[in-house]
Design a protein around this ligand. Structure first.
Ligand code: HEC
Length: 109
């Protein structure tokens, strides 16, 4: 975490939240997003650097983050519409989706 000095885990989380784009994502928590991703998304997606097993036809979270196409609204729409994707409907809450977006953006660095 290069942007924090006198670094505590709490400051790290705040720094990540501040890096998220303005507009509703202020309370998003990328650490929670990581836990959700590891639990619900890692079966198919590479959600973190170093992850070994995932489906190779599926974009990694780093690629998704770099594509810049997903914010809270577009990810919610994507996840909430199983007809538009080959992914299962995971019925995540709005705040879980915000946490995931914060986490995905962190992977894009
Ligand atoms: C059962 C496998 C599976 C799981 C579990 C899964 N995905 Fe996916 N995901 C896919 C596949 C396959 C694609 C690429 C094809 C598509 O768009 O449906 C994809 C694509 C995506 C895309 C990119 C779509 C685009 O158009 O670029 C996003 C964003 C995404 N997934 C987010 C998630 C998140 C967040 C989770 C966990 C909450 C998750 N996925 C769980 C299989 C999965």
């Amino acid at each position: 975490m290069a942007t924090t000095r006198g670094c505590s885990a709490y400051l790290g989380v705040v720094a990540v939240a501040l890096l998220a784009p303005a507009g509703g994502a202020a309370s998003a928590d990328s650490a929670k997003g990581q836990r959700i991703a590891e639990r619900w998304c890692a079966e198919c997606h590479v959600v973190a650097p170093g992850q070994r097993r995932a489906s190779d036809a599926v974009p990694t979270f780093a690629q998704i983050g770099r594509s810049g196409r997903f914010n809270e609204a577009t990810l919610a729409a994507f996840l909430g519409d199983p007809h538009r994707s080959r992914m299962p409907d995971l019925s995540l809450t709005r705040s879980e989706i915000a946490d995931l977006v914060a986490y995905i953006e962190r992977q894009a660095r």
